[in-house]
Design a binder for this molecule. Sequence first.
Ligand code: 26V
Length: 818
Amino acid sequence: MALAPVAGPASTVDGFVRQFLRNLNYERGVPLSAASANDRYFAFAMTVRDYLMARWLEDLRRQRVAQVKGVCYLSAEYLLGRQLDNNLLASGLTSIATTAMAECGIDIEDLRAAEVEPGLGNGGLGRLAACFIDSLATMGVPNIGYGIRYEYGIFRQTFQDGQQIEQPDSWLTMGSPWEFPHPEAAQPVSFGGYTEHYDDEGTERSRWIPAWNVLAIPYNYMVPGYQNGRVNTLRLWSAEATNRFDLRVFNAGDYAEAVRSQTFAENISKVLYPEDSTPQGKELRLQQQYFFVAASIKDFFDHQLAPDFDLANLPDRVIFQLNDTHPVIGVPEFMRVLLDEKKLDWDEAWAITQQCFAYTCHTLLPEALEVWSVDLLGRLLPRHLEIIYRINDEFLDAVRERFGDDEMRLRNMSIISEFPERSVRMAFLATVAGAKVNGVAELHSQLLRDKVLPDFNEFYPGKFTNVTNGITPRRFIRLANPGLSDLITEAIGTGWLTDLERLRELEASAEDPLFREAFASVKAANKRHLNDVLLVRDGFTVSDGHMLDVMVKRLHEYKRQMLKVLHIVTQYESIISGRVAASDIQPRTFIFGAKAAPGYAMAKRIIHLINAVGSVVNDDPRVEGRLKVLFPPNYNVTLAERLIPAADLSEQISLAGKEASGTGNMKFALNGALTIGTDDGANVEIRRLVGDDNFFLFGMSEPEVEALWARGYKPADFYQGDESLRRAIDLIASGAFSGGDKSVFEPIVSNLLYDDRFMVLADYSTYIAAQEKVDAAYADQDAWTHAAILNVARSGFFSSDRSMRDYIDRIWHAQPLR
Ligand code: 26V
């Protein structure tokens, strides 16, 4: 029987209190008087959850019945952030819940604070996936997000003597009220073994005889739309050992190996790899990738697709969106299912596959493009390797037919590369298999077409497209910045949260002195709030009257945190050398947030230097407190939500052509920070929209970068030719930030001077000049506020709802389910 959508039991204050107490008593087994903070948080979260449940069940049912085209988003990472506040907002229960808790003598803030955020991602790519599923639910588009339920998410960062220490992020030790395990829907996932070829009544067929398998247990999470009664599903897989041995495993010969692998099965979903740019080629990572896509594809066939569904119509029923190359092994897996299990012939299966996948590329760094050695792939997934070889053979035949026997071109385009070892280029496989390939900002998509995959662009005209990234305004404006949200609603009414282009209407308000005053006081209140948070969290204070200059993102050389350090050291040096009076300096607090991959030595050294510069600058009386460097450890989504609304200046200073898009840049602009940035990634589009007067541009353009690199980049020339740069570098080299020990930061200095692919010194002088303009502009607070308001008003384009519309119209051809 169909379950009608019912108003949840918690839709009144009394109902909420009753349901909360019921959950406390019956689910947690405690009375209110004896409930711990975690008990209260759990019972509260469950009450919100209960309210959403009827809607969720109804959406699941309707999606099953309708069998309309749905989006399966395949992503190895989802950087969700805390769930409680978001789900409260989506339910529209915030004020009822707040009153209800007050009646129970509970401050709802304490409940919010009790939640440990699930950090199941590294950075931009994982956070983007979380924004996208929020938008799809809000737009009512049927979607399942598939991924991995890592037992340990991104490591917790602490500092010891200024150096990064990684600690395990055991986010599950207290349990999570948001997840629903479904062991009955477990999927076995196989590995290893060998393949057999046999004659099936005249057709040659293959089968895979695996050596070992694991069980993938799905955990479902609600993805509620914003106050629209819709709830989609995020399904994350957890690995468990199985003792359901396949008899064939015993016959495969290597019994001992099979048992050993079995014991290690649970390792597969144990930990998120904390690298986000240099693939290590680790076997466990390939196991993770195959594990989650194989389970997801099987889940789609077993549980989403009607049993009598005609497979020829699959392209009208599903699109698998590949979030970078991590899930690309799903392509040969999908082929294997169609060929070996559903008994389709090759051409039929391939035609379907090519319409059921699309690929998003998130990088331009060549070292970040994943390859898997043929040796490893053949051992772990022998049948998939065969399929990849055949895909490649047919693809190269088609290339030959079109371009003739151009050996060079064939070598360049082959999915299999021969050097330094024979391996599979996953981005090429995704490009050949995908109906569409997209980059994540205009500049990135253009470079992808013209520089990274030009042969493919020529071969597949129309396959390449751009979808500029976006962010969800629900989390990053409404929840993170309630003061600004209220101000916006006062000015332009409701509705903008799901139609962000409406922020344009604020342009008129920018001319209103009273509105500017109100806007400035929201910013000031956000700074005070940040101050409270940092004081409790880290013992830091943000001084009054300081400009808040923020650089938060993963630590990577291409993002150039070093350029920011050189700016700080330049200012510091000018004070201590007596050339500039401290009192003439615009007071600034510089805030960094950044995790370094544990194996990335240079990134860790840069973290050490930032902390070292901070200790010296913050304690030097000559600075008179006018410069302050803060580096709160363990930057994560929760901290971002506090930092971004308080920021005055957003640092987006990557070397042009290296940052695919950036999404932090969008969050800052939408919260009324001005950007200082290069012409890179989505900065290009932000500047075009907000206008040159409201953006501080500096640095080489991408073609200038290329030209300088081609001429030969000689950092020493910049060092010799710029006195202020020389002083800053010399000060670091002198040991001034390392207790006189010159060796500590010597590798950073010599990297900048002799071996820097990211050309920090080349952009130094224009960066410093732009920072001087920033100081001058900040001196006129009212004009600054005017520019900040225009940043908000003109950034509506960067809603992830718009990104989703673009994917829907140009890639997925899906529809909202009404
Ligand atoms: C890459 C790798 C490489 C192999 C090892 C594991 C691993 C894990 C994650 C990644 C993702 C790196 C790519 C990435 O995060 N790109 C970022 O994507 C953002 C969303 O599109 C974009 O805004 C950033 O500019 C881009 O750096």
